[in-house]
Ligand binder design. Structure first.
Ligand code: PMP
Ligand code: GLU
Length: 408
């Protein structure tokens, strides 16, 4: 059997591929410090689990409406009103199987074959693949560590071509943690309105911020009706495995997304919808407690990384990743390969030090690695100590495997 050209063109997700490797090494008895996948180590809050159990006993075992239960959709609307300052009607929101699925639905609903979609880089790994899957072409907008991985509207203008129909924004950004400031947001909004572009605004890290707040571009006058807001419970409520995301936007787009979902997956799991409803209705303190712990971990991670002068670290304003430039390692080689290459460094760190990091290539920056600090502080310290085996300032250029001390 021959697979379709569409399937053949899809690359595996680098974050999930790495996580599979980490899980199999861990199952084989290796002690891996996991700075890889972006997944809170916290347990899902108890009240969410209790709600799911009682929903099950109450019969939440059947199909629901494709777009989610009325209860969950009301909770989503109330949440968006309270947390983001956006008000949506009942036919303007839907629940999906994780935020990833909401993004896929949105792109399938908006992209025509040949359309260009502007994507500021570094970008989250799945955007380019999902755009291509929908028949579009990602048009990348470069940023730099020197500018804190922030883009200006002039960068969008330079990258714009007549084929561009929309753009994906992600603030706070995965992998850099950069937040789009209000002035840039206003300018981007004008840029989008002048060219009649749609915007997909991925706000999954909206609550996990460490200084400036992130605001939604959908709140800028004139933008609500050309923006699809994407969010979910995975990150803020430590609910990655429950697979509930959501989308909000103009009714014609959301209704198209619901039609697509109705033919592809039907409703997200009924029990998970009940759990997400409880999470979204919970008090502010639930997310705040986790955010504060991420902030403490961020400090430990940044202090530790500061010991490695060859690495270029930009402190993140949000999310739970540090994106680290590795160009300073040019000239250091391992088995004939440059350690400045994120894929090489990630391979060495995993196999020689027992530390999992994601190579930057999948985010659009090959000379970089991404470290997640969604880990306990002791594990972060342990991981940084292990990294020191090859990265400390006194390290001599490495050119042989086995030079690196064995990790536990
Ligand atoms: N957007 C971004 C920027 C992400 O980092 C992720 C990863 N969780 C997602 C979307 C997808 O989230 P979910 O797990 O809810 O599908
Ligand atoms: N979004 C997380 C990450 O970037 C989870 C993995 C994924 O869905 O890509 O690591």
């Amino acid at each position: 059997m021959e697979i379709s050209k569409r399937a053949a063109g899809v690359k595996p997700s680098p974050t999930l591929t790495l996580d599979r490797e980490v899980k199999s090494l861990t199952a084989a008895g290796h002690d891996i410090v996991n700075f890889g996948i972006g997944e809170p180590d916290f347990d899902t809050p108890d009240f969410v689990i209790e709600q799911a159990i009682s929903a099950l006993h109450g019969g939440a075992t059947k199909y629901t409406a494709t777009e989610g239960t009325p209860g969950l959709r009301l909770a989503i609307r109330t949440y968006l009103e309270r947390q983001v300052g956006l008000s949506y009607g009942p036919d303007e929101v839907m629940a999906t199987v994780g935020a990833k699925h909401a993004l896929a639905n949105a792109l399938l609903a908006l992209v025509n074959p040949g359309d260009g979609v502007l994507v500021p880089a570094p970008y989250w790994v799945s955007y380019p693949e999902q755009i291509r899957f929908a028949g579009g072409t990602p048009v990348f907008v470069a940023t730099s560590a020197e500018r804190g991985y922030r883009f200006a509207v002039q960068d969008l203008e330079r990258a714009y071509t007549g084929r561009v129909r929309g753009l994906i924004l992600n603030s706070p950004n995965n992998p850099t943690g950069a937040i789009i400031d209000p002035e840039t947001q206003e300018a981007v909004a004008r840029f989008a309105m002048d060219r009649d572009l749609w915007v997909i605004s991925d706000e999954i890290y909206h609550r996990l911020v460490y200084g400036p707040q992130a605001t939604s571009i959908a709140r800028v006058a004139g933008m609500r009706d050309r923006t699809v807001v994407i969010n979910g419970v995975s990150k803020s409520y430590a609910m990655t495995g429950w697979r509930i995301g959501f989308a909000a936007g103009p009714a014609p787009v959301i209704q198209a997304m619901i039609r697509i979902q109705g033919q592809m997956t039907s409703n997200p799991a009924t029990i998970a919808q009940a759990a997400a409803e409880a999470a979204l209705q919970s008090q502010e303190g639930v997310v705040e407690a986790m955010r504060a712990r991420f902030q403490a971990r961020r400090t430990v991670m940044l202090q530790g990384l500061a010991r490695f002068p060859h690495l270029q670290t930009v402190p993140p304003d949000g999310a739970f990743y540090v994106f680290v430039g590795t160009a300073g390692l040019r000239g250091q080689v391992w088995q004939g390969k440059s350690l400045a290459h994120g894929a090489v460094l990630a391979h060495v760190l995993l196999n020689e030090c027992g530390v999992a990091v994601v190579p930057g290539g999948g985010f659009g920056e090959p000379e970089a690695i991404r470290l997640s600090f969604a880990q306990g502080e002791d594990r972060i310290r342990e991981g940084l100590k292990r990294m020191g085996q090859i990265l400390s300032s006194t390290a001599t250029p490495v050119d042989e495997p086995g030079m690196v001390a064995e990790s536990s």
